[in-house]
Design a protein around this ligand. Structure first.
Ligand code: ZN
Length: 484
């Protein structure tokens, strides 16, 4: 039975000891316990888990603003407590989540024995704090998104609350049902767009560009189910490729102001690709379907969800992303509808084989009644060479060309494919088969690679390890791969 916001607060009140001050706030699908005394809540064994179990939602603890020092003072505290040996590169503030992120070369030094430094910073500054290793390549996109989010923190906190309140609206009467409508990519390539309607909710999965047509580039937004656009409850993205996320800003252009759920890498890559889409279209003299302002508005409404983390997205739908193995952050979307009576999986683009960059797609779901699966370029006579065969062929072409003093030009997609080709070339040079020669990358590939380096948790474990140690084995910063 779904709780109203008031009932939810009453349930929490029954569990939290009377003498601890707190308020309950909503952060989209999560519930935040905001308190000026976080240590007392943490000292009460299993309190958060107990609340979470009772209300069946993720509970996060946030400090009350009354105990939070100014950013200038908090920065001083961070610099005083974290030793110089940690080598801090950046300190990011996000006052929406009331959290400081310290980027440094030696996270172990920053954290201190059993996290003693972080505890001290929390106690003295009032802010939450996390530490991460500075990635080997710095992404301007990731840096800008952090700055942008912090600049709009208050607005974002209000949006997250509104998204949360929308999930607690009164239950609609009548029987429960679910329907999937095809708004793009069915019996055609591109403009992926699925629409899920239930008796309670309206959710769009992917909002892709029809790459094949300049005159008809959008999904079927005018289908009766999808209108009016501003009344959608949520948008969910499988991955950042333009044919899945390139038309998303159009929704914001026409008034949608609801949440966009995606993984953090999808958020970053989508900003890069949508911006490039406008740039390329502009240089070819095409009329843009949306503006940079629409992209920025969209960014404010993104709610990050990591793989395998379940979150409520509407009154009757829970969402879980899992690895799709296709590009950085790409996900299959599992929707748990109406207390689990019906479960739908949208595969997104998938790869079932482990690649240089990613683990193979997850194919195990707790329960699925309806599976919507992509098959973009597969035809009955097609033959997909194995990774080994493809790598061998690339190695052969490069070796042959180098031997006769030629140059190799690789026209590859900036996101995903180019990083794989870089790793294959790096491996060829390291093996000694071919004498290393300069490899030049264009700027967009450089930025896409930096976004990969910023999300080590979304890569294979071996690549993650080589990214995190500084022993020259890192294929993204290999000396044989300079950039222009
Ligand atoms: Zn794709």
């Amino acid at each position: 039975m779904r709780l109203t916001f008031k009932e939810l607060k009453d349930e929490v009140q029954k569990i939290v000891p009377k003498d601890i001050p707190y308020t309950v706030e909503l952060e989209a699908g999560n519930i935040a316990l905001v308190t000026p005394e976080p240590n007392r809540i943490l000292a009460t064994d299993g309190l958060l888990a107990k609340i979470s179990h009772k209300v069946k939602r993720k509970i996060v603890l946030r400090p009350d603003t009354s105990i939070m020092k100014s950013e200038i003072d908090a920065t001083k505290i961070v610099r005083e407590i974290i030793p110089e040996s940690a080598a801090i590169n950046q300190i990011y503030f996000d006052s929406c989540y009331r959290e400081i992120t310290v980027q440094c070369e030696n996270p172990g030094e920053a954290v201190g024995r059993r996290g003693v430094n972080l505890q001290q910073i929390r106690d003295q500054s009032g802010w939450l704090i996390s530490v991460e290793r500075t990635p080997p390549l710095v992404s301007k996109t990731v840096h800008d998104i952090r700055g942008y989010r912090h600049a709009h923190a208050e607005e974002r906190r209000k949006l997250l609350k509104d998204f949360g309140l929308n999930m607690h609206r009164p239950v609609r009467p009548g029987a429960s049902w679910a329907r999937v409508t095809a708004l793009g990519s069915y019996r055609e390539v591109g403009r992926a767009c699925h629409f899920v309607t239930t008796n309670e909710s309206r959710v769009m999965i992917d909002v892709g560009v029809n790459i094949a047509s300049d005159t008809d580039p959008m999904p079927y937004f005018t289908a009766p189910e999808a209108l009016p656009m501003e009344k959608l409850d949520a948008v969910v993205l499988t991955h950042a490729h333009l044919d899945h996320a390139g038309m998303l800003p159009v929704l914001f252009k026409y008034g949608y102001r609801g949440p966009v759920y995606c993984t953090p890498p999808t958020r970053d890559l989508m900003l890069l690709l949508q911006t490039d889409y406008l740039k390329v279209g502009g240089s070819e003299g095409k009329r843009a379907p949306y503006s940079m302002e629409d992209i920025r508005t969209c960014m404010k409404h993104v709610v990050d969800v990591d793989w395998d983390e379940t979150t409520d997205i509407t009154p009757d739908i829970k969402l879980t992303f899992s690895n799709a193995g296709h590009i950085l952050g790409s996900s299959a979307v599992h929707l748990h509808i109406g207390e689990g009576k019906h479960n739908i999986v949208f595969s997104g683009d998938q790869k079932y084989e482990k690649s240089w960059l990613f683990d193979a797609a997850n194919t195990r779901f707790p329960r699925v009644e309806t599976l919507v699966i992509e098959s973009t370029y597969g035809a009955s006579g097609d033959y997909q060479p194995s990774r080994q065969e493809a790598t061998q062929e690339l190695h052969d072409i490069i070796s042959r060309t180098m031997a006769r003093g030629g140059k190799v030009i690789c026209p590859v997609f900036a996101v995903g494919r180019s990083q794989e080709v870089m790793i294959a070339i790096d491996e060829l040079f390291r093996s000694g088969t071919v004498k290393p020669v300069p490899v030049w990358l264009d700027g967009m590939i450089q930025e896409a690679t930096a976004i990969h380096a910023s999300h080590p948790d979304y890569l294979t474990s071996s690549l993650r390890k080589s990214l995190l140690k500084d022993d020259g084995e890192n294929p993204f910063t290999s000396e044989v791969v300079p950039t222009c």
